[in-house]
Design a binder for this molecule. Sequence first.
Ligand SMILES: [Zn+2]
Length: 293
Amino acid sequence: MTLRICLYSDPVTLTSPPRLLLVHAHPDDESLWTGGTIARYSAHGVHVTVVTCTLGEEGEIIPAGLRELAADAADQLGGYRVGELRSACAALGVTAHRFLGGIGRWRDSGMVGVQANEHPRAFVRGSVDEQAAMLADVLREVRPQVVVTYDAFGGYGHPDHIRAHEITTAATAEVSDIDRVYYAVTSRDATEQGAAALAGMADLPFRLPRPGELPVTDDADITTTVDISDHLSAKLRALRAHSTQVSVWQDGAGGASYALSNGIAQPVVREEFYVLAKGTGAGAETDLFGGLG
Ligand SMILES: [Zn+2]
């Protein structure tokens, strides 16, 4: 009998152990935006660090039985979501997790123009320089070759996502030895095809998205497409872990969708998508580390 051990089934050619670091705004973003990617690289032996900037205290709560946790009631949602995040990280195989500045340092700012923006610990009220320095310290310690965050619009305009972009841009400019920075995005084509497929599913408990309702990026701008088809079950488990924020539906025949508190059906697609923001793109078409030597 021959025992074959395959640590890297991807063509990772780095001479030092590959390390991936992702900067996310709230607990659940790591799973929503990059869950399949995390699961895939982790399964292939890559050291994956997730940095979460806030506890997501201002999130809307889906299960009726948990609504008293809300910011305008007991204000215990942040602590509760730490547990959800821990379960999600376990499902995805995250090697290391950190909260920016330590757990509870920065608070979810809420959407644009709400009173939570003014909270003394609101992430967007803090100093960009201070937050970028906190992230730079983590980068110097973890020494990732590849860093992932959102685009300048924060993916969909949330102030905390935009701030995560800003501090990641500043911190990665300051720290050497980072080969690539990517923005996690959603593909227009994949989203439209996925939504069209959901339209044919009779038992879908969510409302279908209207044309243009879901935030997407034109496929011509996408530089890197990561196949997560072998890791969809891990991504779905991670999404289910965030049950205050995400409802997951599976039909038992391969159909799957999730919805946030707005109840709009989002497709679970077999790839995750990235735009290379910094570094050389040669070899990066299907692998965040592709071509790095
Ligand atoms: Zn978020």
